[in-house]
Design a protein around this ligand. Structure first.
Ligand code: ZN
Length: 320
């Protein structure tokens, strides 16, 4: 039997014990190398682009020789005003890279030994940075489109007499959302959170290249795709895949997201669902990469991502 990739030695190129053994200075140099790859980790002023700096090494800061701007390796990035040591940041990133179904902020805070609030914001900043990989991506060739509903679970009342018909809109919580996934076969997965799956038609127009071939299920709103793409439909009451027509790749993505939500996050509010959806898509698209490659991607994406409007100073704005 062929060995599953995640069980092979080739999938393990990064170890937590090596990160901690190498220590804080090595972790710091790793961040510098991935922030400034074109200068081999030598500082470049984020304000004016000048590569000549004074090294204020005791504070791990730099001062630009041209414009006198003071900055650090994380200034202007999504990791700006970080509170963790670099070695703990790198360990957290390794743990997140290893979690193929994502992980909760509680678990991350325990593993790294930091406050829950710190782990919560760090993980969300990383999700925001990862989503940037596909922010401009257009899908091509063969694309599957599908939707799946998440959240807004209504617990049935204990006593039968008090139970209501949970399908009726007056009994819904208003928190139910659909994740719409567009997945190119052998390509990327794009995800969107909406109230109605029918919104997927206009999303497809925006994000699928004209001329691509689209696979969709029998839901009637997908009829409207015909105006823009050649479309093949699979009727799931007849089969899951008939003559190559299927949405199985989109379904694989949804099963990863369901396991992530059910096993790690338990409840997701509508406002964060898009971040979990994007994280699961990233994991799905890079599932064949080593954990070292994934961790490198996380750091590179984070170093290229600007300061987060949503997550910077989050707990100052949301005290509790
Ligand atoms: Zn400068």
């Amino acid at each position: 039997m062929a060995q599953h990739f995640l069980l092979s030695a080739a999938s393990r190129t990064l170890k937590l014990k090596d990160i901690y053994r190498a220590g804080e200075d090595a972790a710091y140099l790793k961040f510098r190398a991935l922030r400034w790859p074109e200068t081999d980790g030598a500082a470049v002023c984020p304000r004016c682009g000048c590569a000549e700096t004074y090294d204020l090494s005791t504070r791990r800061k730099f001062k630009c020789k041209a414009c006198y701007h003071q900055f650090s390796v994380t200034s202007g990035t999504i990791f700006a005003s970080r509170k963790l040591a670099f070695v703990d940041m790198l360990a957290a990133i390794c743990i997140i890279a290893n979690a193929s179904k994502g992980l909760s902020a509680v678990q991350l805070s325990r593993d790294v030994g930091v406050q829950y609030k710190t782990a919560f914001v760090l993980a969300h900043k990383i999700r925001e940075a990862l989503a940037r990989e596909t922010a401009e991506t257009k899908l091509d060739r063969e694309v599957e489109i599908d939707g799946a509903y998440f959240g807004g679970h209504i617990r049935p009342a204990n006593l039968e007499a008090k139970r209501v018909d949970r399908r009726l809109s007056e009994h819904q919580t208003g928190k139910r959302r659909v994740v719409i996934a567009l997945r190119q076969r052998k390509g990327r997965t794009l995800t969107f959170v909406r109230k109605s799956e029918a919104d997927g038609v206009s999303i497809a127009r925006d994000r699928i290249a004209p001329g691509a071939f689209v696979h969709a299920d029998e839901a009637s709103h997908w009829d409207n795709l015909d105006a823009f793409f050649p479309v093949a439909r699979i009727n799931h009451s007849e089969g899951y895949s008939i003559n190559g027509v299927c949405t199985n790749q989109a379904e694989s993505y949804f099963s990863r997201l369901r396991r992530m939500v059910a096993g790690q996050h338990h409840h997701v509010s509508p406002q964060y669902l898009h971040q979990y959806a994007a994280h699961a898509a990233w994991l799905e698209d890079h599932r064949r990469e080593t954990n070292g490659a994934l961790a490198g991607r996380i750091v590179r994406n984070a170093m290229a991502a600007p300061v987060s409007r949503q997550w910077k100073g989050y707990w100052q704005r949301h005290p509790r």
